[in-house]
Design a protein around this ligand. Structure first.
Ligand SMILES: [Zn+2]
Length: 505
């Protein structure tokens, strides 16, 4: 009788948790039992693993085999544990050295012919293994490029089960670094220069990018709201190393990373349709199968809700917590998981149900009740977090020829403004102006005196609520940062009030 073990990992939410796979080969009727909260796919592993071993150079133990997946309290899903189960069984049957099996973390789905197939979530597993000394990560060759994105990691690629056996016996080396540098899948996006004649809207987009402000775009169909929103990620600073790994790991878990894809340096842009389910947007699932939603896919990037009033009220309500905390908790009977969801929100809506209610609304065919009900759908749960409310109009025909600045030019101003913010908020929990609570701004970072008194007067005569004034202050700071002014002046305040839009809230 012999017990052997090897390492592997399972994905829970967007992180990998280490799993130890133990195999016990003992006398008794031939057969294999898997214990430790395994789902159906892992139970099917018995057949895949046995077939793969029978096609390999090794022998399948003709005795009783018990495989334990530890910790047993952790629900396990998918087929990524196949290769580790095979290694543990072969080590317990003395087909490969058990010391070698104990020093590796193996991922991969086995084909019946013994080939090792790619699995999702390899970056997350690599991040979990990184820093555990003496442990080598072995992944399917198709996943090697992904594993190599994580620095300081001893990782190797495996073709098939025979290759894996030879590596553990010391007769072969794993495939090492993939030869070609991997491409950023998002190096080029749509350019701001394509947006003609929308001077005010382009400028508001720049302010949103610089200060990290959530933005709503109100305008009739065809006014160019989506065109503007899709250009926001290009204006944002590229993701740093750790953020890029985090975002790429989420793509990998969601199965959205193609072989050969590099790190995602560009902040993601995610635009769920309003008919998408709550699970698809917020995240969820059952029995340990946690699905990441659009708000997690938009982590460190932009979430665009087109036709926002059409989204289910419950979905809009569920966004309140991630907007406050940058994460969403998905609680299920067997598991509670926290998923990252720190995104910049862009809402787009028609001015009213008929779409023609902007300006004097002379062509609008909606009743006042219809209009109120429509705008209340987004103003309720989310309004407090939205600093910028922009009315987008179709550009005048003559303006269409105007050449606008390119994404690169505007992104450079955004970068400089962000540097000023970083210097000012250094030592606080805030990264961008949109993070700073109004009371802190009023107390510790006052605007110019004349600017402050303009704001106080607006509040005193009821033109602005106190909360509205806080939003104006945040935006005014971003305007000052973009113009390299030490603090907001009265012009910044006036412009920020205009950018806040006409709605009272
Ligand atoms: Zn209308």
């Amino acid at each position: 009788m012999m017990v052997a073990r090897t390492g592997s990992a399972v994905i829970v939410g967007v992180r990998a948790r280490p799993v130890t796979v133990e195999a016990d080969v003992s006398s008794g009727l031939p057969g294999m039992t898997v214990v430790g909260l395994a789902d159906a796919a892992i139970n099917e592993a018995r057949d895949r693993v046995r077939a793969a071993v029978q096609h390999s150079c090794a022998e399948w133990p003709r005795t009783r085999i018990t495989v334990a997946l530890l910790p047993s309290s952790l629900p396990k899903r998918g087929s990524a544990l196949d290769a580790a189960i095979a290694v543990a069984v072969l080590a317990a049957g003395r087909q490969v050295p058990s010391e070698a099996a104990a020093r590796v973390c193996v991922l991969g789905e086995l084909g019946l012919d013994g080939r090792l197939h790619a699995v999702p979530g390899v970056i997350a597993a690599a991040l979990a293994v990184r820093g555990r000394s003496g442990l080598r990560l072995l992944v399917p060759e198709a996943n090697l490029g992904e594993a190599m994105l994580v620095p300081d990691l001893d990782a190797g690629g495996v073709r098939d089960l025979d290759h894996l056996i030879a590596i553990l016996r010391g007769d072969a080396a794993p495939t090492d670094a993939s030869p070609q540098p991997l491409a950023d899948p998002l190096t080029s996006g749509p350019d701001l220069a394509d947006v003609r004649g929308q001077v005010e809207a382009r400028s508001a987009l720049e302010v949103a990018a610089a200060g990290g402000h959530h933005l709503s775009l109100i305008g009739e169909p065809g006014a160019g709201k989506s065109m503007l929103a899709t250009r926001l990620p290009g204006l944002l600073p590229p993701l740093g190393d750790e953020a890029a790994l985090e975002v790429t790991a989420i793509r990998s878990i969601a199965g959205q990373l193609a072989p050969g894809d590099g790190l995602w340096r560009r902040p993601p842009f995610v635009a769920p349709h309003h008919t998408a389910s709550s699970v698809a947007i917020i995240g969820g699932g059952q029995a340990g199968r946690v699905t990441v939603g659009a708000i997690t896919l938009a982590h460190r990037g932009v979430l665009f809700l087109d036709e926002a009033p059409e989204f289910a009220r419950s979905v809009l309500e569920a966004m309140r917590q991630p907007l406050e905390e940058g994460e969403v908790r998905v609680a299920r009977a067997d598991l509670s998981v926290t998923l990252p969801a720190r995104f910049q929100l862009v809402l787009a809506a028609n001015p009213c149900p008929c779409g023609r209610g902007l300006g004097d609304g002379a062509d609008c065919s909606c009743s006042s009740v219809q209009r109120r009900r429509y705008s209340a759908r987004i103003s309720g749960p989310l309004a407090d977090r939205i600093d910028l409310r922009l009315q987008v109009r179709r550009p005048a025909a003559g303006a269409l020829g105007d050449d606008g600045e390119s994404t690169a030019v505007v992104a450079e101003r955004v970068r400089q403004a962000r540097e000023r913010m970083r210097a000012r908020w250094h030592g606080t929990a805030w990264q961008v102006n949109a993070d700073v609570p109004g009371p802190a701004l009023r107390r510790d970072w006052p605007a110019e005196e004349r600017a402050t008194s303009i704001l106080s007067r607006a509040v005193a005569r009821g033109a602005l609520t106190l909360r509205g004034a806080d939003r104006v202050l945040r935006v005014a700071w971003t305007l000052a940062d973009l113009a390299d002014r030490v603090r907001p002046g009265s012009d910044d305040i006036a412009r920020a009030i205009a950018l806040r839009g006409p709605e009272a809230a």
